[in-house]
Design a protein around this ligand. Structure first.
Ligand code: ARG
Length: 459
């Protein structure tokens, strides 16, 4: 096949080189954006009298036909035509003849590919933001449902203080809302219209780039043609937001995996979101969570691939840039899939309520409350800490829980213990006392549920 750029070439491309340089296997995913961009470009050329109305009409009709062929899965890809742009242009020539060649006036594939990926990514980011929203709503529903469910909170993966399960779940929602904010922020810099920068220098033709931007619903036009064709910051920004999001999902997934074990026994995943073992009949494994944890690595990989791709790249367009698409597509695909699976996994899971007696027996969760109690009696915190330490040590020696201690026993350790200390020892009162703003007391958590509900309702 004669290449559209083949004018100065005498020999045809080596078959290996042809395969090596082709991007059509993956950039065909951009067909709808490439066609929409071409239609807008064509209309702009007609408006600026660079194309005759009849020519523009022919081109637009042809492009619309090609879009239908793609939509119906009937478009015949020609590998030798390198990329999506040339496949579409070639088909347009078959359909409408040489007038098709006028479409590429005042543009280059260098600005065309930038336009395509910006249009693609702004749609995908909108979808990802919606998926985050959906997962957020599921978390909020769970938080409301389990508002009286107390779990041990952990630091250093050691039982620390009792907290509401809702409070813990909403911690993950806070992370997700920051992820959504980062996506929103990246969108500002994705949503810039590069077409008309041409190869790198701009064009001789009297084009109206702002009109193209208006047709394609871009709020901004890029300001420097050299930067326009070589900038991939917006991909890196997106992938870095995506990598952080995956890091969050991976942390949450790790907890789901721990919580599913008999050691934690806090959650049971639905059969619909678990798998079995081919050898051990008793097993039910939290595979979706494990896969999400594992897939975070792919998205970090995309981020590092893109950063490395751009490092030391001289201005302006370089063919290296073709390598941006596969990591980008993989990151988009992975993030969307993981958000959807996480949502399904959580929405169908059963959280198991821990009986109070088990919480009490589970490791001096209220020790800090005893220290706080002593502070209220006027003892400096450090001293209170030491007295409480002695109390814990007494319990350990006598194989009992804090809750099982009598007032007499406590008073043997310190005379500052009064009758009301027994109140501070209980798990439920410990939670209720964490009433500082953002704390785990029920009224504080309910306050955050109300705030988050509003936040999630915002468009
Ligand atoms: N396939 C190319 C890419 O993805 C499109 C631009 C090619 N431009 C060029 N001058 N070869 O970057």
């Amino acid at each position: 096949m004669k290449k559209p750029w083949g004018g100065r070439f005498e020999k045809s491309t080596d078959a290996l080189m042809e395969r090596f340089s082709a991007s059509i296997a993956f950039d065909q995913a951009l067909y709808a954006y490439d066609i929409a961009g071409s239609i807008a470009h064509c209309k702009m050329l007609a408006k600026c009298r660079i194309l005759k109305p009849a020519e523009a009409k022919k081109i637009v009709t042809g492009l619309e036909k090609i879009r239908k062929e793609f939509d119906a899965g009937q478009f015949k890809i020609d590998e030798s035509l390198e990329d999506i742009h040339m496949n579409i242009e070639n088909r347009l020539t078959q359909l409408i003849g040489p007038v098709a060649g006028k479409l590429h006036t005042a543009r280059s594939r260098n600005d065309q590919i930038c336009l395509d990926i910006r249009m693609y990514l702004r749609d995908e980011v909108a979808e990802i933001m919606q998926a985050i929203q959906q997962l957020g709503k599921t978390l909020l529903t769970l938080a409301k449902k389990h508002i009286d469910h107390i779990i041990p909170g952990y630091t250093h993966l050691q039982r620390a203080q009792p907290v509401l399960l809702s409070h813990h779940l909403l911690a993950h929602l806070e992370m997700l809302l920051r992820d959504k904010g980062r996506m929103q922020d990246a969108l500002k810099r994705i949503n810039v219209m590069p077409l008309g920068s041409a190869a790198l220098a701009g064009t001789n033709f009297p084009i109206d780039r702002h009109y193209t931007a208006k047709l394609l619903k871009f709020p901004e036009v890029s300001h420097n043609s050299i930067d326009s064709v070589s900038d991939r910051d917006f991909l890196i920004e997106f992938t870095s937001a995506a990598a952080i999001l995956m890091m969050h999902l991976s942390r949450f997934a790790e907890e789901i995996i721990l919580w599913s074990s008999s050691e934690f026994d806090l959650i049971e995943l639905s059969d619909a979101f678990s798998t079995g073992s081919s050898i051990m009949p008793q097993k039910k494994n939290p595979d979706p969570a494990e896969l999400i944890r594992g897939k975070s690595g792919r998205v970090y990989g995309s981020l590092v691939a893109l950063l490395t791709l751009m490092k030391s790249l001289p201005l302006a367009y370089n063919r290296d840039l073709q390598e941006d698409k596969e990591p980008l597509f993989d990151a988009v695909h992975t993030v969307k899939l993981c958000l959807a699976v996480f949502d399904g996994m959580l929405a169908t899971a059963k959280f198991k309520k821990i009986p109070l007696a088990k919480l009490e027996a589970s490791g001096f969760l209220t020790a800090t409350d005893i220290a706080d109690y002593l502070v209220l009696q006027g003892i400096p915190f450090r001293e209170a800490h030491a007295i409480t330490g002695k109390t814990v040590s007494y319990c350990l020696k006598n194989n009992m829980t804090l809750e099982q201690m009598s007032l007499a026993e406590l008073q043997k350790i310190s005379s500052r213990f009064k009758k009301d200390v027994l109140d501070h020892i209980s798990i439920t009162s410990s939670v209720e006392r964490k009433a500082s703003y953002g704390g785990t007391a029920k009224k504080r958590v309910l306050e955050q549920i109300a705030r988050l509900k509003k936040e999630l309702a915002r468009k």
